[in-house]
Write a protein that binds this ligand. Structure first.
Ligand code: FES
Length: 358
């Protein structure tokens, strides 16, 4: 007898034959009778590969040919990537590159897919089975049975026995991710050390602080108390890799009451009359820290709400960031324009650097 958790009463279940919802006693579950008979399995029909050894052999050849094709596709994708490079501004080259790469990857994927499906449909054991529902927790007998099934599956699929099929499948699976490795490596800097490139920005001694995006230099007298500027280094707009450089060198410039700034001894002279410059790249995962709350002097990253206190060298006061925003030491040149004293003294961006340099 079932139990209703809500009411705490026992529930009687009856067949619907001769009983309706109206006539059944309250609290009685009415179970509808079967409306059709279980037709069972259709008669078993053996496949041609079950009865004809020649057909079986042929199917096996087809399966490993598909896996070979997949390997060829993967190699073709790598070769095409190198043989048909993307030339700057040449859309024809780009189209050819994409097409050849696509052909290779399609061959690799289809070879794997067709091979696997053909193998299971024509060579693996062909019989119907019933798997009864059972409790999730497995008993010792269940586990033993699982091992038995595994061995049976191995035997019936021929995974251990058909070594050529198995090995070509493994080869195809190993070769398949290789185009992705080559592709991702191609996106990175060539002939240069990426760590070195990330460690340095365009800022250098004497570089003027300019407005983003116009590139106009900023005079210290333009930066009024409470204001904030989005800043890029002088010459960035003319740089060959403008976006990459901007992603590292973007800076926020703010002017505070100098008495509010708590500067450590080693950073004495890094600010100018209450004007401070900090990297705009969040030390969590690199979003631009774009929101400045001038009443509290807090910088807020909109991605995951990391908050930095500008009065205390942009230390983290809230959120997932683990490291203060790097400060750009600034000064003023003879014409009153703001200039950098040097590059940042630490890498900008995510806290990965803290771990990698320790
Ligand atoms: S990227 Fe700034 S808080 Fe996550």
């Amino acid at each position: 007898m079932a139990h209703d958790d809500m009411s705490g009463k026992d529930i009687t279940a009856v067949s619907s034959a001769g009983v309706s919802h109206e006539t059944a006693a309250p609290g009685t579950a009415v179970i509808p009778s079967e409306t059709f008979e279980n037709p069972g399995f259709p008669a078993h029909r053996p496949r041609v590969t079950d009865t004809d050894p020649k057909a079986e052999k042929k199917a096996e050849r087809q399966v490993y040919t598909f896996f070979y094709l997949s390997i060829v596709g993967s190699i073709f994708a790598i070769a095409s990537y190198m043989a048909f490079p993307i030339e700057d501004g040449d859309t024809g080259a780009l189209r050819l590159h994409t097409m050849m790469l696509g052909i290779g990857i399609v061959l690799a994927l289809f070879g794997l897919g067709f091979g696997a499906v053909h193998w299971s449909k024509s060579l693996m054991a062909n019989h119907e089975g019933i798997d009864q529902r059972h409790p999730v927790r497995g008993s010792e007998e269940t586990r033993a049975r699982a091992v038995e099934i595994f061995k049976q599956a191995n035997e019936e699929s021929g995974f251990g026995r058909r070594t050529l099929v198995r090995n070509t499948l493994l080869g195809a699976l190993v070769a398949f991710p290789l185009p992705a490795v080559v592709l991702f490596r191609g996106w990175g800097p060539q002939n240069e050390n990426p760590v070195e490139m990330l460690e340095h920005t365009m800022w250098k001694k004497g570089a003027r602080l300019t407005l983003d995006p116009s590139g106009l230099p900023i005079k210290a007298s333009d930066v009024t108390l409470g204001s904030a500027f989005h800043v890029i280094p002088e010459g960035l707009n003319e740089s060959e890799h403008r976006l990459e450089e901007k992603a590292k060198a973007s800076v926020l410039l703010m002017r505070l009451d100098p008495s509010k700034l708590k500067e450590s001894a080693e950073r004495t002279g890094w600010s100018y009359d209450g004007i401070v410059a900090y990297s705009k790249i969040c030390t969590h995962v690199g979003c631009p820290v774009a929101l400045y709350e001038q009443q509290t002097h807090h910088l807020l990253c909109p991605c995951h709400q990391s908050t930095f206190d500008v009065t205390e060298e942009c230390k983290v006061i809230f959120g997932p960031a683990k490291r203060a925003l790097p400060q750009l030491p600034i000064a003023v040149d003879g014409e009153g324009y703001l200039i950098a004293q040097s590059d940042f003294h630490e890498p900008v961006g995510p806290s990965f650097w803290e771990r990698s340099s320790s």
